[in-house]
Design a protein around this ligand. Structure first.
Ligand code: PEP
Ligand code: MG
Length: 564
C-alpha cells in the first residue's frame, strides 16, 4: 500500500484502476523494430482501437452538441482507413525495419507536408487532421503495450494518472468510465483542475512523479479529494473504509437530487441565483441535469483553444445560438475570450512573455489585434435574439477599458443595424472583477455596467501575489484571506449602490464555508461547475440570515481570553 499526499480539488472519493497517461514527444518512441510482421499487426490493432475511441467520441458529441460537431470524428475514422496513408506506414515498417510508432511519425510528416504543399486552405486543414489521427494512433500503440490486465472491461472505473493534463485532454475523457484524476503536477486553480472538477471527477493534484510510472497502470487506486490523498494498492481495511465513504457519498448525492426543482432561498427568504460555469455546448446536459438557474460564466476561449485557426463569426454564432436555445430563456453570461497566460493556441502566435499572467492577455490582447473582439461580438449580438444573453469582459483594471469596450459594442450594434441584422438591444454588459484594481475602483466601474462577476481565481492570485499555477505557493495562498474577501465586499457594495447585480464565478463560489458570508455581503449570484450546484443549494436552504452571524475563530478566541 502506497499513500501519497497531494492537493485535493474537491470532496469526492473514488476507487478504481489506474490508467497512466504519458504525454510523449517523437523522441520517446523506438525507431527500429526487428519483426515487421509484428509491427504491422500492432499497427492494425491500434487502428481498430483508435476507430472505436473515435466512434465513442462521435456518439457523445452527437448526443450533447449536434451532428455538425460530431462529423469531424466520422471523418477521422475514415482517414484511419485511408489506403494511401496506411500503405505509407506499412512501407516504412517493411522497407526500413521501423517500429510501428516511428513509421506513423514518418508517414504523418510526409503525408501532411504533401497536403500542405498543395497550398489550399481545405488541404491544410486535412494536414492538421493527419497530425491529429497520428497522435491518436501513437497513443493507442503505447497504451496497448502498457495496458493492464482487465483494463479493457468497460465497467471498471478508471483513475487517470498523469504528470499533467491539457484542458483538451480532460474534455475528451469518457465520462462513463473515468471517475477520478491523480496528477503529479498541477494546482487547485489550474484549468485542468477546474475542468476535472466540473466533470465531478474526484481529483488530487501535485502528487509528485509516482503516478507517471507505468508500473502503476492497472493498480487499484483510491483518490480521496477531501483528504488530498491517493492510495495505490490499498490494504483491505483502507479499501473497505474508502468503500464506506463512497457509499455515504452516493447517499448524500441522492439527497441532493431531491433538491432539484427547488429555488435556492435561505430560511429567511433571500434568494440567490445558482448558475453554472461552462466551456462549451457539450457542458449543457450537466447544466440542465444539475438544475442551474442559468450560465454565469461561459469561458468562450475554449472555442478558440480546441481548433487550429481563428473560429469564424459564423462558427461562433452557431455555438452561441445553440447554447442560448438550449438554455430556453435562462440568462447565459458569455465571457469574451480570455486567451493568454496559461491558455494559449499556436495560431495566436503570442510573444514569449516573462510574466504571462501579468501580460498581454484577455481584453488587452483583443485591443492589440484588429478584428479579434469585433468578430466575437458580432457573433454574440447576432445570437442574442435566440435567448437571454449577457456579455462579460475579463481582466479589467481601468475605467477607460470599459468605456472603450462599450464603444466597440455600440459600433458592432450600429453595423448590424445598418446591415438589417437583428439583435437584442437589452443584452446586459458586465465585467469581471479579477484584478485588485477593478475591485478598488468598483465605484467608478459600476455605473458603466449592468453587472459584476468576481473571478476569485485571478483576484486571489493578483491580490496575494501567488501564481495560481504554482503548487509551491499553497502555504502562502489563503483563499479565505481577508484582503480578498474585503475586495469582494467592496465590489458588492459598489454594485448595489449603482443598481448593478454582482455574482462570483471563480472557484470560491463553490466553497461552502463561504456561502453564508457571501450572502451576507449581498452577492446575487454564485456560478460554479454544475456538479457543485446542488451541494451549494443544500447549504443555502439551511442558512438563516436573520440570525446573528456565526463568530469567526478569532472572535471566539478573543471572547475566551476576555472571559478568563
Ligand atoms: C477567475 O479568474 O476566477 C475566473 C473565473 O476566470 P478564469 O479561471 O477562467 O481565469
Ligand atoms: Mg480569470
Amino acid at each position: 500500500m502506497i499513500p501519497c499526499k497531494g492537493i485535493g480539488i474537491n470532496d469526492y472519493i473514488a476507487i478504481g484502476r489506474a490508467k497512466v497517461i504519458v504525454n510523449h514527444t517523437d523522441d520517446d518512441y523506438p525507431v527500429k523494430a526487428d519483426n515487421p510482421k509484428k509491427e504491422i499487426e500492432r499497427l492494425h490493432k491500434a487502428q481498430e482501437v483508435a476507430k472505436t475511441e473515435l466512434q465513442k467520441l462521435h456518439d457523445k458529441t452527437l448526443e450533447t452538441v449536434g451532428p455538425d460537431d460530431a462529423l469531424i470524428f466520422e471523418m477521422h475514422q475514415m482517414m484511419l482507413d485511408d489506403v494511401e496513408f496506411t500503405e505509407m506506414i506499412e512501407n516504412e515498417i517493411n522497407n526500413n525495419s521501423s517500429s510501428a510508432e516511428h513509421a506513423v511519425i514518418v508517414a504523418r510528416d510526409n503525408f501532411s507536408s504533401m497536403l500542405l504543399a498543395l497550398n489550399d486552405d481545405y488541404m491544410s486543414q486535412r494536414a492538421d487532421d493527419v497530425k491529429d489521427i497520428s497522435g491518436r494512433l501513437l497513443d493507442c500503440l503505447s497504451n496497448a503495450d502498457s495496458k493492464a490486465e482487465g483494463e479493457e472491461e468497460s465497467d471498471v472505473p478508471l483513475i487517470i494518472c498523469a504528470e499533467d493534463l491539457l484542458p483538451s485532454q480532460v474534455v475528451s475523457m469518457d465520462l462513463d468510465s473515468v471517475k477520478a484524476i491523480a496528477l503529479g503536477k498541477g494546482s487547485k486553480n489550474s484549468h485542468a483542475s477546474i475542468l476535472a472538477n466540473s466533470f465531478g471527477f474526484a481529483s488530487v493534484v501535485n502528487l509528485g512523479d509516482v503516478f507517471t510510472n507505468a508500473a502503476v497502470n492497472g493498480c487499484v487506486v483510491i483518490v480521496d479529494g477531501k483528504k488530498g490523498e491517493v492510495v495505490i494498492n490499498p490494504d483491505k481495511e483502507t479499501l473497505l473504509e474508502a468503500k464506506q465513504l463512497e457509499i455515504a457519498q452516493k447517499k448524500h448525492l441522492a439527497h441532493l437530487q431531491e433538491l432539484k426543482g427547488q429555488k435556492a432561498i435561505t430560511k429567511d427568504g433571500k434568494e440567490v441565483e445558482l448558475a453554472a460555469n461552462i466551456g462549451g455546448p457539450e457542458d449543457i446536459p450537466g447544466v440542465i441535469e444539475n438544475d442551474a438557474d442559468g450560465i454565469g460564466l461561459f469561458r468562450s476561449e475554449f472555442i478558440y483553444l480546441g481548433v487550429d485557426d481563428y473560429p469564424t463569426e459564423e462558427e461562433q454564432f452557431v455555438i452561441y445560438k445553440n447554447v442560448l436555445e438550449k438554455m430556453e430563456g435562462k440568462r447565459v453570461v458569455v465571457r469574451t475570450l480570455d486567451i493568454g497566460s496559461d491558455k494559449s493556441a499556436d495560431y495566436f502566435k503570442l510573444d514569449e512573455e516573462e510574466n504571462p499572467a501579468l501580460g498581454l492577455r484577455a481584453i488587452r490582447l483583443c485591443f492589440s489585434r484588429d478584428g479579434l473582439l469585433g468578430t466575437q461580438l458580432r457573433a454574440l449580438f447576432r445570437a442574442s435574439v435566440y435567448g437571454r444573453l449577457a456579455i462579460m469582459f475579463p481582466m479589467i483594471a481601468n475605467v477607460w477599458e470599459v468605456e472603450r469596450l462599450i464603444e466597440i459594442c455600440n459600433q458592432v450594434k450600429a453595423d448590424l443595424k445598418s446591415e438589417g441584422v437583428k439583435y437584442d438591444d437589452n443584452v446586459e454588459i458586465g465585467i469581471m472583477i479579477e484584478t485588485p484594481a477593478a475591485a478598488l475602483i468598483s465605484d467608478q466601474l459600476a455605473p458603466l455596467v449592468d453587472f459584476f462577476s468576481v473571478g476569485t481565481n485571478d483576484l486571489t492570485q493578483y491580490t496575494l501575489a501567488c501564481d495560481r499555477q504554482n503548487p509551491n505557493l499553497i502555504p502562502f495562498c489563503d483563499t479565505h484571506h481577508d484582503a480578498v474577501l474585503s475586495l469582494i465586499e467592496r465590489a458588492a457594495n459598489a454594485a448595489h449602490e449603482n443598481d448593478a447585480w454582482i455574482g462570483i464565478c471563480g472557484e470560491l463560489a463553490n466553497d461552502s464555508a463561504l456561502t453564508e458570508q457571501f450572502l451576507r455581503m449581498g452577492i446575487d449570484e454564485l456560478s460554479m461547475a454544475s456538479s457543485h450546484i446542488l451541494k451549494i443549494k443544500d447549504i443555502v436552504l439551511n442558512i438563516d440570515l436573520s440570525k446573528k452571524e456565526k463568530p469567526t475563530t478569532t472572535e471566539i478566541i478573543v471572547d475566551d481570553v476576555l472571559k478568563k
